[in-house]
Write a protein that binds this ligand. Sequence first.
Ligand SMILES: [Fe+2]
Length: 322
Amino acid sequence: MANVAITKVGDVLYPRLQVPDLDTMESFLLDFGLVRAHRTDDKLYMRCTGSAAYVHVISVGEPRFLGFALEVSSQEDLERLASSEGFTPIEARAEPDGGWRTTTRDLDGNLVEAVFGQEIAAPLKSAAPRKLNMGDRFDRIGELQRIEPGPSRVKRFGHLALNVADPAASLDWYNTRFGLIASDRINLASGMPAAIFSRCDRGADPADHHTILFASNMGAGGVSGLNHLSWEVCDLDDVHAGSEHLAAKNRSHEWGIGRHLLGSQIFDYWRDPWGHIHEHWTDGDQLDASVPAGLHPIGISQISQWGPGMPRTFGRTISPQA
Ligand SMILES: [Fe+2]
């Protein structure tokens, strides 16, 4: 089926969370592997090693998920969205990296920002994946592999998962406006989708297996909202060494380390001090727009290719102290 979306976004940029204490949140995010990009009295911007000026925006207030931003590829795309039903007029962004945006609310009330023209930052030097000697490939001759203890080197914000009332309706909504296409569907025996993994349509260029996962909110007691947020790390050592670092800091572990089936990422999930789930991953599938969506029976979401089983608490924001 032709994808006749208003725009085809290239990627997701950052989520917005609200928490009561920015110092406590920054301390967690430093342990997670992000670094401060900008801080005001009531806002915290964190970045990682990639070229995005920031990849996490945190405001002060009652703990909750506020929304997220998608990157559109041209001023014309931004104008087309802004003139579509439900979108705000284009405005200059009141953020440190400038640019413009139009915003809307999705079917579950999440704030979605479409962003264009923001400044790019210089990537941090430590971003290179480590050379490996494996199989027939020996990329590290005469060099010793030494892993500095410490936080993961986080490369970019990769995807988010939302608990929604109707995954099929959500995919249709995001497809129409932003061009997202299905990568994999998990269906109930009735044929109703329990979850849909969706990716950006970059035509012949590859995209992450999923940029937004729409999960039925039945798994979250019928409450729509955030399931989890996910950042790509530089390599496998960043998943494992980063996990050890978070454990040493007595952070709240949720699930991992394992390898997903749908998307294939090697993953590790941690909760922030208010229970929002933050994921590290590496080695995910890359698919161009020609790859058709897979269809799977219910239950498959709990199947990792290896690693521990999914905890019952996964996908819901609950305080680690609860
Ligand atoms: Fe994920």
